[in-house]
Design a protein around this ligand. Structure first.
Ligand SMILES: [Fe+2]
Ligand SMILES: [Fe+2]
Length: 161
């Protein structure tokens, strides 16, 4: 079912949203929200899935990871929290890519909770997306770490994956 991941990747609106974020983040010194971050998140979440024998389908993990920050441009333009913006924008993209409505609901929940520490450690899609998002960041090699608004608990000071 990996073709759904690639349908998502090639959706004209997905490409458009990635470009909008990239334009807003040109010259940004803090973490960026680009395909590299989305794939890092997807791959770490998939490793967590395998290590914990969760058996979550790959295209659910990649769907959530590829879309979790996709509304970041709306945060730059309108001040809408990007998890909320991403949770709204994901629906059309997922439906067009062939995800079923229950799968869309689950992915949307994971996107909406990706900044909510209460899902950290839960052995499900929400928990692994939350953790993978944080572990994907190279805080251990970041010049902006003192100005970053992430708490020290959220920051990733070690290589785990
Ligand atoms: Fe985010
Ligand atoms: Fe993220």
């Amino acid at each position: 079912m990996n073709h759904r991941i690639n349908k998502l990747l090639n959706h004209p609106k997905y490409v458009e949203y990635l470009n909008k974020i990239s334009n807003h983040e040109a010259g940004r010194l803090f973490c960026t929200h680009d395909l590299t971050h989305f794939l890092d998140t997807a791959r770490i979440a998939y490793i967590l899935n395998l290590e914990n024998n969760l058996n979550i389908p790959k295209d659910l993990i990649y769907g959530a990871a590829l879309l979790h920050d996709i509304g970041k441009w709306q945060q730059y333009e309108n001040g809408i929290s990007h998890e909320v913006a991403s949770g709204t924008l994901c629906v059309e993209l997922l439906c067009d890519a062939g995800y079923k409505s229950k799968e869309v609901d689950l992915i949307k929940s994971a996107i909406l909770s990706h900044r909510n520490p209460s899902v950290e450690g839960t052995k499900d899609l929400l928990g692994i997306i939350y953790v993978a998002d944080k572990l994907s960041r190279k805080c251990y090699n970041c010049k902006m770490t003192n100005q970053c608004d992430w708490s020290d608990e959220k920051k990733n000071f070690n290589i785990s994956y």
